[in-house]
Design a binder for this molecule. Structure first.
Ligand SMILES: Cc1ncc(COP(=O)(O)O)c(C=O)c1O
Length: 409
């Protein structure tokens, strides 16, 4: 049997959970290792990736952007074209199939931007599970369109008021639920973090992004100098980078949320020396925390990167230097959304636009015969309310006022 399972990545990872959660994680680990070695499971996963998600996603040559920026050729891995609009569904369908195999009837999940919640709700509709998604009240407000989609898929969206009412609080609530419900419930965690086997399992399901990219690069005969992905918890980046980790090249860039400033509470950059090792939510990694080890509030214009922790494998790869971590400020992110919309006719999700912003900075650093690949982890339709407010405030507000007045009659 293949050893598809790592408890630790260097010093990071592990399974630091209360006794009550151990049986569910033991059961999950066993089911995962069995499934990943079972051809029929992999066949079903591949078939749903193709017919339900729409894989492979294209690798687009961003010709106009390349011309505008000068330097290396920019390519965009179009995960935003996946069903439900982001990479999150690669993992949701994998874990959904696993839950079916384990005989579970109910699925719970946490969500930040709502993309993982939408992906999970969609998979539950497809595979026939009851579904409850925990979402912080702050995120419910800023990503409301996704609440609508989750409910349309038949999921219950449970608002979380505790803490900062964002992603970390939603994870806490989901873990609390699972502690008493695991007999019939699977916790479909949405990023490559949490207690083992989640970091390994989520990376495995997301590595479809990197494997496809590898094939597409070969077909096109590209000389890839750099790959760039945004980093919230870390699932799109680790899945995208995974097949490329074994060698020194290409350069791999993980981009965190620089937010408004480098002041505590204004950002979510864990890997630029500010984050500290700690154990939170069942795993050891780097966290933005105070002297007592309690996580501190974070900020990002993108709900999906607004999180105090980072997946343990990425923390390890950052420490060893294989992945370089950079940040993009909120203002640069909005500019990147506008740049790729105007030049390529595509809308990056605010999360993914962190990677876009880094590619804009990097283009000139590499020569014309090289390629830079940006993972567009999601598309920005969900961000309409934020983007329109930030980029076209007056028109947007007058439209909203008119809608409300007309509908109030
Ligand atoms: C489009 C998109 N990209 C990236 C992320 C960040 O998550 P991760 O780092 O796990 O890929 C999110 C999270 O919600 C997202 O919706």
């Amino acid at each position: 049997m293949k050893p598809y399972y790592n408890n630790f990545f260097g010093e990071f990872g592990g399974r630091y959970v209360a006794e009550v959660l151990r049986p569910s994680l033991d059961e999950l680990e066993k089911a995962y290792v069995d499934a990943i070695n079972d051809k029929s499971f992999l066949e079903e996963y591949r078939s749903l990736c193709s017919d339900f998600i729409g894989r492979p996603t294209p690798l687009l040559y961003a010709e106009n952007s390349t011309k505008a920026l000068g330097g290396a050729r920019i390519y965009i891995k179009m995960e935003g074209l996946a069903n439900t609009g982001a990479h999150k569904i690669n993992n949701a369908i994998g874990q959904g199939l696993l839950a079916k195999r384990m005989g579970k009837t109910r699925i719970i999940a946490e969500t930040g931007a709502g993309q993982h919640g939408v992906a999970t709700a969609s998979v539950c509709a497809k595979l026939g599970f009851k579904c409850r998604v925990y979402m912080g009240e702050v995120d419910i407000k800023r990503q409301h369109p996704n609440v609508f989609w989750m409910e349309l898929f038949g999921a219950e969206v449970a608002p979380v008021k505790s803490g900062t009412a964002t992603l970390k609080d939603a994870v806490n609530e989901a873990l609390r639920d699972w502690a008493w419900s695991f007999q019939d419930t699977h916790y479909l965690l949405g990023s490559a973090l949490g207690p083992s086997p989640y970091p390994d399992m989520v990376r495995e399901f997301q590595s479809v992004i990197g494997k496809e990219t590898q094939e597409q690069v070969k077909e096109l005969g590209l000389d890839v100098a750099a790959m760039v992905a945004c980093v919230g918890g870390g699932s799109n980046s680790i899945g995208f980078f995974y097949p490329f980790l074994g060698k020194d090249k290409p350069d791999l860039f993980g981009v965190e949320a620089g937010g408004l400033s480098s002041q505590a509470g204004d950002h979510a950059t864990r890997m630029d020396g500010i984050g500290k090792p700690g154990i939170v939510q069942g795993y050891k990694s780097i966290f933005l925390s105070d002297d007592d080890g309690q996580v501190i509030p974070t900020h990002s214009v993108s709900a999906g990167l607004d999180y105090a922790g980072i997946g343990p494998q990425l923390a390890h790869l950052g420490k060893t230097g294989r992945i370089r971590f950079e940040k993009a400020m909120d203002s640069e992110v909005l500019e990147a959304v506008r740049f790729f919309a105007e030049n390529e006719g595509i809308i990056f999700a605010l999360e993914s636009a962190h990677a876009g912003a880094q590619a804009i900075k990097l283009a000139k650093k590499y020569s014309r015969d090289k390629a830079i690949i940006v993972n567009m982890s999601g598309r920005g339709d969900k961000d309409l309310f934020i983007l329109a407010r930030e980029l076209d405030k007056d028109n947007w507000f007058s439209f909203l006022k008119k809608e409300i007045n007309e509908n109030a009659k």
